[in-house]
Design a protein around this ligand. Structure first.
Ligand SMILES: NC(=O)c1ccc[n+]([C@@H]2O[C@H](COP(=O)([O-])OP(=O)(O)OC[C@H]3O[C@@H](n4cnc5c(N)ncnc54)[C@H](OP(=O)(O)O)[C@@H]3O)[C@@H](O)[C@H]2O)c1
Length: 309
């Protein structure tokens, strides 16, 4: 198939493009910068230079590639301050609203068979079962610092799932780790843990589901080839509370045990959003992706995966 990847040069894109090529697909990889064309070429893709926020450029790029499938992996996250989550997500929010709409319009114009878009298990929020399956409700009460990010991801999901002219597929990825992610050695997330700037708040009862970025890419290839309209959680087999994974990660990085701070202090310094992530977050089940996509994570648990990464 001809596959158009928006976000081809990012943490997930760099894992995804060579896997699609290896599987025999003709990949057209989008970037904003002329200078990244060589990298895309080396990954095996046809480079396409376009700005995802410019509808004309997107329409022209997609029109020229005439893909069978579009994959939307556009984000602009960078280092994140939980107290200013929506500020730090402002560009990502635009990519998830305007960017999604431009890609959908361009895809409809050329009649793409599937449209696969990146979402996140954060959408399940903080109430109900500790481990969520796809049919459970979208969080209706996000932390106040995250409301715009919630609205943007909801827009993306509704637009993709509501596109009846194509097979609209939403992949709710778990928390990425591995090369190019914030958890890679030296990156801001793992550095915060190493420097004891990532404390364990309250009981650390928030449940996180991780996914190695290479496994996320494998699942995406499966969705491109045989996904059906709907949502798939793409997570590992081992959802775990912060109280388990944070000390384990610190040990892996050779750091001291994370500091413990009471809820009230956590809220003061990391806001309601940080407190939610530390004490209330829910994990997710990958049963549907395994059953319907025939996918299995090569790193079934972050316990071994983080050490290997
Ligand atoms: N599930 C998760 O946990 C999850 C999900 C996503 C991201 N993250 C984390 O976020 C961090 C990196 O993400 P990131 O968002 O900073 O960047 P990234 O990994 O570099 O990916 C962003 C991609 O979007 C493209 N892009 C952004 N704005 C664009 C625009 N206006 N037009 C065209 N393409 C555009 C970029 O292309 P060019 O720069 O080449 O133009 C790039 O390919 C990593 O730590 C990653 O682990 C985590």
């Amino acid at each position: 198939m001809r596959v158009f990847v928006a976000g081809a040069t990012g943490a997930i894109g760099k894992q995804l493009v060579p896997r699609l090529v290896e599987a025999g697909h003709e990949v057209h990889g989008m970037t904003r910068s002329e200078s990244k064309q060589a990298m895309l070429h080396d990954l095996g893709a046809v480079p396409v230079v376009a700005d995802a926020l410019d509808p004309d450029q997107v329409a022209e790029a997609v029109g020229r590639a005439r893909p069978d499938v579009i994959v939307h992996q556009l984000t602009a996250i960078g280092a994140l301050d939980m107290r200013h989550f929506d500020r730090d997500f402002a560009l990502t929010n635009r990519l998830r609203t305007e960017g999604t709409d431009h890609l959908l319009s361009a895809g409809q114009a050329v009649g793409v068979r599937r449209f696969v878009a990146q979402s996140h298990i954060l959408t399940y929020g903080r109430t109900g079962a500790a481990v969520k399956s796809e049919e459970e409700a979208f969080d209706s009460g996000p932390a106040k610092e995250m409301r715009e990010a919630w609205a943007a991801i909801r827009h993306l999901e509704e637009a993709v799932l509501g596109a009846r002219w194509t097979e609209g597929i939403v992949l709710r990825y778990g928390h990425f780790y591995g090369p190019g992610t914030s958890m890679a050695p030296g990156a801001w997330g793992s550095e915060a843990v190493r420097r004891r700037k990532f404390p364990l708040v309250g009981d650390g009862g928030g449940v996180w589901s991780f996914i190695h970025v290479a496994d996320a890419a494998e699942a995406t290839v499966a969705a491109v080839e045989r996904g059906s309209r709907g949502v798939y959680n793409i997570v590992d087999d081992d959802p775990a509370p912060v109280a388990e994974w944070l000390p384990a990660l610190a040990e892996e990085l050779g750091a001291k045990t994370p500091m413990r701070v009471p809820r009230i202090i956590g809220r003061l310094f990391a806001s309601e959003a940080g407190l939610m992530m530390m004490t209330e977050l829910r994990g997710a089940s990958n049963a549907k992706a395994k059953r319907e996509l025939g996918w299995r994570p090569a790193h079934p648990s972050w316990r071994q995966g983080l050490a290997a990464a």
